[in-house]
Design a protein around this ligand. Structure first.
Ligand code: TMP
Length: 213
């Protein structure tokens, strides 16, 4: 059995990632693949418990370093219990956010040093790295407006202000520019179906979707 492929979705608030994860998962299933669609923070029962600490409450509830440690504790559990077992049995794993979100939110947004984040990636991710990262990009104002319409209690990061979110957008674009072999930038302002087509074009150009059947 060959190892499966690991795809991550990244981007700011309100980019439509969760909808697009669902659409891509269905399309890959239609091509015959076993697909595990998951999310961060979360994706395993321990990581979902940590998520509740991270996404609710006062925006200043955690320092950026504490937040990074909680994100990485959740991420390790997610990798050990969900991502690695799925990849090892040949499934495709699609995660709504992964380590680039820590580089953007805790690094560019919160001021955590790139060295600290790189050390986390080395020791916590080890070899579990995305084969493809789709960066869903749209202007910050539109993203926050869309996310605001969703409402709900998980608004801790949405409350951090425009300048914070602009730093995130710039950081995701810089990651994509620095790692073009891994990343594709998708225009998330386009209509939903056009976004899914652009995603499918990027996935099928870079990964063996035919072999999923
Ligand atoms: P979501 O709204 O996409 O479900 O993500 C939950 C929030 O957690 C979102 O505001 C981004 C934030 N986050 C980080 O700050 N760092 C991370 O590493 C991850 C995975 C998410």
């Amino acid at each position: 059995m060959t190892r499966g492929y690991f795809i991550t979705f990244e981007g700011g608030e309100g980019a439509g990632k969760s909808t697009q994860v669902r659409i891509l998962a269905e399309r890959l299933k239609g091509a015959g693949a076993e697909v595990v669609a998951t999310r961060e923070p979360g994706g395993s029962s321990g990581a979902e418990a940590i998520r509740a600490l991270l996404v609710t409450g006062d925006p200043d509830r955690w320092s950026a370093v504490s937040e990074t440690l909680l994100m990485y504790a959740a991420r390790r559990d997610h990798i050990e219990r969900t991502i690695r077992p799925a990849l090892e049995r040949g499934a495709w794993v699609i995660s709504d956010r992964f380590a680039d979100s820590s580089r953007a939110y805790q690094g560019a947004g919160g001021g955590v040093s790139p060295d600290f984040l790189a050390a986390m990636e080395t020791h916590v991710l080890e070899q579990t790295r995305p084969d493809l990262t789709l960066v869903l990009d749209l202007p910050v104002e539109q993203g926050l407006q869309r996310a605001g319409h969703r409402g709900g209690p998980e608004a801790r990061f949405e409350a951090k202000g425009l300048a914070f979110h602009q730093r995130l957008r710039d950081a995701f674009l810089a990651i994509a520019q620095a790692e073009p072999a891994r990343c594709a930038v998708i225009d998330a302002l386009a209509p939903r179906d056009a976004v899914s087509e652009a995603i499918w074009a990027a996935v099928s150009a870079r990964l063996p979707v035919g072999a999923a059947a």
